[in-house]
Each structure stands twice: as C-alpha cells, then as structure tokens.
Design a binder for this molecule. Structure first.
Ligand code: HEM
Ligand code: 2DC
Length: 449
C-alpha cells in the first residue's frame, strides 16, 4: 500500500529549531553538502521544513520523471522572494524568470523563438566565435608580458568579462545580487526591508545597478536601430532581435532582457572555469579533446555550425562539469496533481525538489561519481533523467542554447591555442551563494601550444 505523506522521513516538525540548527551548521554556504548528508541519513526521499520553506526532496532519475510529468501546463519553481520583492518595491515588471501562469507562458513562447529555437543558433555562432577569438588574443598578450612563455592566473575575472563583454560595474552588481539573495531564501525580505537591514539595502543597490546598465544598453541598441533601419537584413544580435519583437509590450521585453543579461554572466563563466580546472587535472583527456577539435576543424571546412556537430567529447566534458559542479543545487516544481514518490503519497501543491548536486555525486546513479569522465555522456549507460543541469521541459533554462554554444566555442578556441596545467593539485570545493561557486580561487597555468 502507498504510505501517507506524514510518514515521509525527515526534519519537518519543528521548523524554528531546524532554522537554528541550519544556521549553526553554516547551512547557507553548505546547502549542497547538507542535502547529500540528508539523503545518506533518510534515504532517497525526505521532507524538510526550514523557516517558512517546506519541501519534499528526491534524488532518483525515476522520481524526477514522475515529478516532471506532474508539473502541469504552467510549471512553477520556487519563487525567489528577494527578486520579486525588489521589483515590487521599485515598481518594475517581472520578466520570464519570475512570471507565472498564462502571463509566463505567452511571454516564454515568444522569447523561445528568438533565444532557444534550433533555427537561431546559426545567428549567434559568428558573434560568439569572434568573442572567443578575441579572448585568445588577450591571453597571448598576457603570456607575452609575463616574459616566461606561460601565465599563471585565476582566470575568473577575465572570464566574467568574456561573458558578453559587459562593464565591470555591471558584473560586480550581479555577483553582489546573488550573494545577498541567499540569506533571503530563509528570512523574508519584507521583514529585512522594514528593519532597514544591510542585506536588503545591498540587494536593492545591486539590482539598481543591473537595471540601470540594462536600460542604458537597451537605449543604445534602440538608437542604433533607428539610425540604421536598413541594417534590417543583417542579424543584429540577440538583444536587438528581442527589441524588434512586436508581440510583447516594451516593458515586458525590457524586463526579460534584463534577466537574460544578468543570468548570462556568472553561470557560464563559472562553468568554463570548472571545466578548465578539470582538464588541467586530466592532461590525457585534455589531449583527446584537443584531437577531436582538430579533426572537426578540418572536416567542417570553415563551417562553424557544422563543426559544433562533430565534438561529442567536448560536449560530454561540459555535461560532466555540470554534473560535478552544477550551477543550480536543485530543481524544484510545485506539482499540480497527486503523485506517488518512493511509495509515499504526495498531494498536489507540494514543493518537490530534485537534488541536482546530490544526484550528480551518487554512485548508484553515476558509477564512480568522483571520476571526471566525459565519455560517460557519449557511450554506454542510460541518460534517462540524468542530464538535467539546465532544468527540464518548457520551464528549462531559456539561455541554454546561448550558454552551450558560447561555452563550446570558448573551449574550442582556447584548446586550439593553449595547454592548461595545474601547478599544485588541490581539491577545490563548492560554496553556495545562490548559485554554486568555487570556494577559493582556481589557479591555472596557461602555455602556448
Ligand atoms: C533558468 C541553469 C545559463 C537565463 C535556469 C534553470 C536552471 C538554469 C537549472 C531553472 C530551470 C528549471 O527550473 O527547469 C543554467 C546553467 C547555465 C545557465 C547551468 C550555464 C552554464 C544561462 C544564461 C542565461 C540564462 C546564459 C541568459 C542568457 C535563464 C532564465 C531562466 C533560467 C531567463 C528562467 C526561465 C523561465 O523561468 O522560463 N537556468 N543557466 N541562463 N536561466 Fe539559466
Ligand atoms: C537556489 O533553494 C536554491 O539560472 C534555492 O540564470 C532554489 C532555487 C531556485 C531558483 C534557482 C536557484 C535555486 C539557483 C539559480 C537559478 C534559479 C532559477 C534561475 C537561476 C538556477 C536553485 C539562474 C542562475 C538564472 C538567474 C537569472 C537572474 C539572476 C536574472
């Protein structure tokens, strides 16, 4: 018989005490490791209540499949109150990230066509290819200046700038925005706002900076479009193509453009940094991927879109990076119908979280999970509900295609020019600042081939 909801194991009876324990364990920075610990203690399903935030947590691919079948027509994930509070406070519209229901769906359908449909990939390949090329030139200059024919560095600053070449202030604001969001997952922002707390003030300042920069960027694209309307035949760039959409209100477009600009910096930079870190620790694998790239370069005869179809191991490396170092610690959905998970009844309306970080490191799901093995994504094993780093279904990451293309092209350019080494073999762990980040700088040595 199916067991009742109230019998699911876990700490969900005393939410205040849980918040206290959580705080003492420095839970915020360690959410991902606490989840692993909970799955070890309670098994593949547990219920949890921390402060006002209650959820059922799962880890198995089979359960993920059941979860996503019950997400309904308007999939809804955990609402990040800090982000909606800021917009309510400043009277700004929500973009796709924060909208729900029919309003989300209608905006998302229009944006999908410009951002994530397979037919637009060819549009941004040349732009991203050029950015990758420029990055290589910058690295050569640094190597030259070092006078040692190599450059040992924490690449994160360069990488953050690489992400679409935004101003440093904008980048700093995004980092501050993420950092100040995580405490507000557990303490209601409304409370912090009315007590004049520093977290809330910093958060507002961060979003103000992001919105100002985005507004300026939008203005300048507008001016450009008005000045040279005859440029219409040429692809004007992702943002400009969104601004030309006439199916959404200009306020809706601005809201989603701002989210795309903010969502596209830290996510891809960190994933690239982790990938170079893993490749530096696995020189033979690095060589194998380099060989795959050379062969693809020759076979594709200068057609970059074709080339991207011939690098399965490189793509596997990115998937493998996100398995061990996911950006999102979990995926979440409010289920719209009753379901059964691990033989427990889960009522409609429950917030169910799939522990992505924990799943990526579970040996029952990925044999030898501690090993970085891109080939596991190319051959062998089933990938059934395993490659979920960008989420799933109609609510998955809107920036996915851009992110994947940008990261593939970056790695192609870098591996064609440089060898990556690690002088000291140190294990770098993740820390949670809304997204998962390396807890300390990753030092790499870059040498021309
Ligand atoms: C949503 C991961 C890069 C914009 C998401 C979600 C995940 C994710 C897990 C939630 C999906 C779900 O609930 O099913 C990642 C990863 C990235 C990345 C791993 C890179 C390595 C980007 C980039 C952009 C972006 C480059 C913008 C250009 C968004 C937006 C949403 C989203 C707008 C919300 C979509 C919606 O609610 O409809 N991302 N992301 N992301 N991401 Fe990304
Ligand atoms: C954080 O418990 C942990 O892609 C929470 O590009 C649950 C949660 C909810 C939403 C997730 C968030 C976590 C991590 C960061 C995500 C976010 C949805 C979108 C966002 C995954 C797992 C991200 C990084 C977007 C951000 C765009 C934004 C800043 C404009």
């Amino acid at each position: 018989a199916v067991r009742p909801f109230n019998e699911i194991p876990g700490q969900w009876k005393n939410s205040v005490a849980n918040l206290y324990t959580f705080w003492k364990m420095d839970g915020l920075r360690n959410i991902h490791r606490i989840m692993v610990h909970n799955f070890n203690m309670y098994g593949p399903i547990y219920r949890e209540k921390v402060g006002y935030y209650e959820s059922v947590n799962i880890i198995k691919p089979e359960d993920a499949a059941v979860l996503f079948k019950a997400e309904g027509h308007y999939p809804k994930r955990l609402r990040v109150e800090a982000w909606t509070s800021y917009r309510d406070y400043r009277n700004r519209k929500y973009g796709v990230l924060l909208k729900d229901g029919e309003d989300w769906k209608s905006n998302r359908i229009v944006l999908n066509k410009e951002v994530i449909s397979p037919k637009v990939q060819g549009n941004f390949v040349p732009l991203l290819d050029e950015v990758g090329h420029d990055f290589v030139a910058r690295v050569y200059k640094k190597i030259e200046r070092s006078g040692q024919n190599e450059w040992t560095t924490d690449l994160s600053h360069e990488l953050f700038k690489y992400a679409l070449e935004y101003a440093q202030h904008f980048i700093d604001c995004i980092t501050l925005m993420f950092k100040t969001t995580s405490p507000m997952l557990y303490f209601p922002p409304a409370l912090l706002r009315h007590t004049g707390s520093k977290i809330w003030k910093d958060h507002v300042e961060a979003w103000d900076g992001i919105f100002n920069q985005a507004d300026r960027c939008i203005q300048s694209i507008y001016r450009q479009l008005r000045k040279n309307p005859e440029d219409g035949e040429k692809y004007p760039g992702v943002l400009a193509s969104l601004l030309m959409l006439d199916k959404l209100s200009i306020e809706d477009i601005k809201a989603s453009i701002t989210e795309l600009m903010a969502g596209g910096v830290d996510t891809t930079s960190i994933t690239l940094l982790w990938t170079l870190y893993e490749l530096a620790r696995h020189p033979d694998l690095q060589e194998e991927i380099r060989a795959e790239i050379s062969a693809a370069r020759i076979a594709s005869q200068g057609d970059t879109v074709e080339m991207l179809k011939m690098v399965p191991l490189l793509k596997g490396a990115l998937k493998e990076t996100l398995r061990l170092h996911p950006v999102a610690v979990s995926l979440q959905r409010y289920i719209t119908e009753d379901i059964v998970l691990q033989n427990y009844h889960i009522p409609a309306g429950t917030l169910v979280q799939l522990g992505l970080y924990a799943m990526g490191r579970d040996h029952r799901i990925f044999p030898h999970p501690e090993q970085y093995r891109p080939s596991r994504w190319v051959r062998s094993q089933s990938h059934y509900f395993r490659g979920l780093s960008f989420g799933f279904g109609p609510r998955q990451c809107l920036g996915r295609r851009i992110a994947e293309t940008e990261m593939q092209l970056f790695l192609i350019h870098m591996l064609e020019n440089f060898r990556f080494e690690k002088k000291r073999q140190v294990e770098v762990r993740s820390t949670f600042e809304l997204i998962l980040l390396p807890e300390k700088p990753i030092m790499l040595t870059i040498k021309p081939l």
